[in-house]
Every structure is written in structure tokens, then in C-alpha cells.
Design a protein around this ligand. Structure first.
Ligand code: HEM
Length: 511
């Protein structure tokens, strides 16, 4: 009995101490949050939803209602000005739409990518995902080595050599569209262009022929979609995986990440074996990925994982954004017959009945380029980026103490009437070669050293697909569908751009 009461007494004391420690930690943390609030509260911003969670509840509400989070950022930019503050726990973030500050911060290597957001993509719910790959590497040295090694696979000389693959994969889409036109069935354009861009990246980056328009049971499109959705919850909702009803989805995300990484492992091993056997291998992205790990001295045993980080990075970055751009472009052309006709006339003048589009043809499709640029103005498919600002600075006359995250959204600036007149009107003439260039308010590929490595690749691919589509087919959007945007971190058309396809009224293209 005495032993029992001794143990009971000790347990009570231990609990009291524990309670006391938790209380002190809680008070300390609360004071720290208060300190952060006091440090940044002179910067204008919307009222916080709560002391602890700051503005996070508003973001969660927007996400649950399936609204575009950047629309809220735009509304706040219009109310609170070119630099405003947001909070979440002990973090402070400023959202900047001022062109001068955008130029200063994004163009300089001095401001690293923000650890809080990008390191969250290292793993997805405990499964390694983008790791230290090119998009998520925050350490400048580590990123710079990778970029230097990858650059040759994106040089204009190398890209010219990809024209035949772009043509060949786009032809497969044309065959599929011809089937839809023959059977007069409506088709989801987003799904089809997704298959093409995935086919292209698998072929040109990794030398693998997926042929997704034929092999419709491939698990990759679904795996990428699940990973992207998982990314959104993982970054925007810190408590998502703690809620039991989300566990089946969390598990699905882990499986999808694993599928991509396991696939990467097999493809990398096959390429390494080919190299060891002295076979001639293309100087494609996969070869560069293998090189980048070999040269990464400090990586040691992690080499394998590091290669897989970049495999997944290119598999995802190189595909979804371009597919979404194509789908939005088709959607806007379907809604603007005059613009569609002008683009079609240019395609007829430049490529006529030719089947194989050349690199030089692409340079002549000036209006089509404008259409694609205007598409990314209204629908920047990868809309945001963020940087860490460690030193004090002044933005738009407001003192910004160092230690803050600085967020940028091309969606926000592209939809502000102070930068673009009638911003919601789809007007490719904004990008006419003689029109003034937008000044640091349009950056769908981001800006500066961390801008998109695949920009030219993506726009060549998009032009080839669009030019062939305009050359061969009429398309009418199925009435009654929504033209809303679905925000899963990247932006895509909510209803998938359902269309009726018809053959154009002219004889067959020359083979
Ligand atoms: C319309 C298509 C595309 C859009 C709108 C787009 C947009 C972007 C944006 C906004 C970033 C910066 C991301 C950030 O700051 O977190 C980025 C980075 C990147 N993109 Fe793209 N992208 C597209 C296509 C591609 C393609 C086709 C590839 C590869 C084949 C690619 C590879 C990359 C890479 C490797 C980075 C990281 C660059 C670095 O940090 O050095 N992207 N992209």
C-alpha cells in the first residue's frame, strides 16, 4: 500500500511538473507569436481570423469551397495595396504586387526560396517526394550545380532536335481526335492534352514510350493528379494528416509518390546499365540527372534518392502545367471565335497542309504565341512563388523588417487593372510584338535565376499541339459546362473543357 501511494505521489508530482513545463512552453510560444505580430503589424493587411492561426482559417475556407486561393490574394491586394501582411502561427508573410520590389527580389540570387513552403515538399505525408530536386532545392550552391548540369538538355540546339518527337506525339493526339470526330462523341480536352504532355516528357526526358492515348489503363496520370492534390493539402493545411477521415487519401498520396519513385528507380537503373555496357544513350534529362548525382560530392549514399528527387520533379514539372495551359487555351479559343479564326488563318498561312512542323515555322506563328501568352496571363498554371527576405528593406515606402517570407502571384498582378486594362478580357493583342512589354507584373514562368528551366520546351510543345489542332479540326465547347478554375496548387480548368470535335472542311494534310 505504501509503495502504491509512493508511486501515486511521484506520478502526481511528475504530472504537475509536466503541466508546468507545457504551460511555460505555451506562454513562451504565445509571447513569441505576439512579438512577431508587433514586429510586422505596421504593414497593412486583413484582420487575422485568430491569434494563433492568423489568416490560415480563411485559406482553409477558400480551399474547402473549391475557390481559387489567389482570388482572395487579389481581393486583398486591391484593398490593402502593393504590399500586405498575412500571419499563420509564428510566421509572417508579405504578399508583394509592386513591380520594383518584384524585380529586386526575384531577379537576385540573394533571396533564397522560402524554406517553410519548399521544404514541406521534401516529403509528402512522410513519403519522400521532391526532396532536394531542382524546384525545391533552397540551398543556392546545391541548386546551382544542378541547374548548370541540366542546362544542356534545354539549350536551343538540343530543343531543335526534339521537334520530331513533339510532332510525332502531337500526331497521335490528332489520330485520337479524328476518332472522336468520326464517332461524334464529346471529349474531355484536358484529359487528352494531359496524355500528350506526359507522353512527350516520358519520351524526351527519360526515353520511355508510354503511348497513353492507347494505353488508357496507365497509372501515371492518376498518380500525378493525386500527388498534386496531396501537395496542396500538405502545404496549405498543416493539420490535414491528423484528421482520421483524411487518412485514406493520405495513404493514396503516399502510394502515388512511391509509384513515381519506384518507376524512376527502374528507369534510372536501366539507363545506368546501358551506360555501363557502353551503349549510346541520348543526352536527355535522364542522363543529366544521373550526371548531377555523380557530381554531387557531398551527397554520398543519398545519390540514389537525389536522382529520384529530380526524376519526380521533371515528371511533374514538365507535364501538368503545359497540359493545363493547352486546355485553357482551347477553352478561350472556343469562347472567342474571332480570335480562333485569326489564329487559324496564321496557321494556314505558315504551315498550310504540311504535317511536319519545323522549328522555323514556330518562329513564324507570332499570333499563336500571343494567344499562348495571353492564356498564361489569365491562367498562370503555376501561379505563385516565394522567397526569404533576411535583411530589412523598404517596399513602396513601408519598412519591412528582415526575417519574413515574401510571396508573389502572377495571377494577382495579371488580373489588376493598374497593370492590364480590362484585365478579365482575353486579348492576345496585349502581347503584340509592338505593344509595351509588361513590367514585372507578368511572370507565369517566374523570373530571375529560379525561373522555369522548361519555358522554351513547354512553349514549343504547346505551339506544335495547337498548330496541328487548328490545322485539322473545328471544336465547339459543350454548352452548360463551367469555365471556372480548379486550384490544386497549380491551376486547371474545372470541367476539363468538354468539346465536340469536327474535321475541318479541307483535304487531308500531306504525309
Ligand atoms: C506552361 C508550362 C510551364 C509553366 C507555366 C511553368 C512554370 C514554372 C514556374 C512558375 C516555376 C518556378 C516555380 C517556383 O518558383 O517554385 C518553374 C520552375 C521550373 N520548371 Fe517550369 N513551367 C512549365 C513547364 C515546364 C517544363 C515543360 C519543364 C521541364 C521539361 C519545367 C521545368 C521546370 C524546372 C526544372 C523548374 C525549376 C527551375 C529552377 O529552380 O532552377 N517546367 N516552372
Amino acid at each position: 500500500m505504501a509503495v502504491f501511494s509512493l508511486i501515486f505521489g511521484c506520478a502526481c508530482h511528475a504530472l504537475w511538473y509536466l503541466f508546468f513545463i507545457v504551460l511555460v512552453a505555451f506562454l513562451g510560444y504565445s509571447l513569441y507569436i505576439k512579438h512577431i505580430h508587433m514586429k510586422y503589424d505596421h504593414i497593412p493587411g486583413p484582420p487575422r481570423n485568430s491569434f494563433f492561426f492568423g489568416h490560415t482559417p480563411t485559406f482553409l475556407r477558400e480551399m474547402k469551397a473549391e475557390r481559387v486561393v489567389h482570388e482572395k490574394l487579389l481581393e486583398w491586394a486591391q484593398t490593402y495595396g502593393p504590399v500586405y501582411r498575412l500571419n499563420g502561427l509564428h510566421h509572417a508573410m508579405i504578399v508583394v504586387s509592386c513591380p520594383e520590389a518584384t524585380k529586386e527580389i526575384l531577379m537576385s540570387p540573394k533571396y533564397p526560396k522560402d524554406k517553410f513552403a519548399y521544404k514541406r515538399l521534401f516529403h509528402l505525408f512522410g513519403q519522400r517526394f521532391l526532396g532536394n530536386g531542382m524546384v525545391t532545392a533552397v540551398n543556392h550552391e546545391q541548386w546551382y550545380k544542378q541547374r548548370r548540369i541540366m542546362d544542356p538538355a534545354f539549350s536551343s540546339l538540343y530543343l531543335r532536335g526534339l521537334m520530331s518527337t513533339f510532332n510525332e506525339r502531337a500526331e497521335r493526339l490528332m489520330d485520337k481526335l479524328a476518332d472522336f470526330a468520326d464517332c461524334k462523341k464529346e471529349t474531355c480536352m484536358l484529359h487528352l492534352v494531359n496524355c500528350v504532355t506526359l507522353d512527350v516528357i516520358a519520351k524526351v526526358a527519360f526515353g520511355v514510350d508510354l503511348d497513353l492515348l492507347k494505353h488508357t489503363d496507365s497509372p501515371f496520370p492518376k498518380a500525378i493528379e493525386v500527388c498534386l492534390e496531396g501537395m496542396m493539402y500538405h502545404v496549405r493545411d498543416a493539420f490535414f494528416q491528423l484528421i482520421p477521415k483524411n487518412w485514406p487519401f493520405v495513404n493514396e498520396v503516399r502510394q502515388a509518390c512511391k509509384l513515381l519513385r519506384d518507376t524512376g528507380y527502374r528507369w534510372i537503373q536501366a539507363r545506368k546499365t546501358a551506360i555501363q555496357h557502353g551503349e549510346e544513350v541520348p543526352k536527355d534529362i535522364l542522363t543529366q540527372i544521373i550526371k548531377s548525382a555523380d557530381k554531387e560530392e557531398s551527397m554520398g549514399k543519398d545519390d540514389e534518392e537525389f536522382m529520384l528527387d529530380n526524376f519526380v520533379t521533371f515528371f511533374i514539372a514538365g507535364q501538368e502545367t503545359t497540359a493545363n495551359q493547352l486546355a485553357f487555351c482551347i477553352m478561350e479559343l472556343g469562347r472567342h471565335p474571332d480570335i480562333l479564326e485569326k489564329a487559324r488563318k496564321e496557321v494556314d498561312d505558315v504551315i498550310g497542309m504540311k504535317q511536319e512542323i519545323s522549328y522555323d515555322d514556330l518562329g513564324k506563328l507570332v499570333y499563336l504565341s500571343q494567344v499562348l501568352k495571353e492564356t498564361l496571363r489569365l491562367y498562370p498554371t503555376a501561379p505563385g512563388t516565394s522567397r526569404e527576405v533576411h535583411e530589412d528593406m523598404v517596399i513602396n515606402g513601408i519598412h519591412i523588417p528582415g526575417g519574413v517570407t515574401c510571396a508573389f502571384s502572377s495571377y494577382v498582378t495579371s488580373r489588376m487593372d493598374k497593370f492590364f486594362k480590362d484585365p478579365l478580357t482575353f486579348d492576345p493583342d496585349r502581347f503584340h510584338p509592338d505593344a509595351p512589354k509588361p513590367y514585372y507584373c507578368y511572370y507565369p514562368f517566374s523570373l530571375g535565376p529560379r525561373s522555369c528551366l522548361g519555358q522554351n520546351f513547354a512553349q514549343m510543345e504547346a505551339k506544335v499541339v495547337m498548330a496541328k489542332l487548328l490545322q485539322r479540326f473545328e471544336f465547339n465547347l459543350v454548352p452548360g459546362q463551367s469555365f471556372d478554375i480548379r486550384d490544386v496548387g497549380t491551376l486547371r480548368p474545372k470541367d476539363g473543357v468538354m468539346s465536340h470535335i469536327k474535321h475541318r472542311n479541307h483535304s487531308k494534310v500531306n504525309e
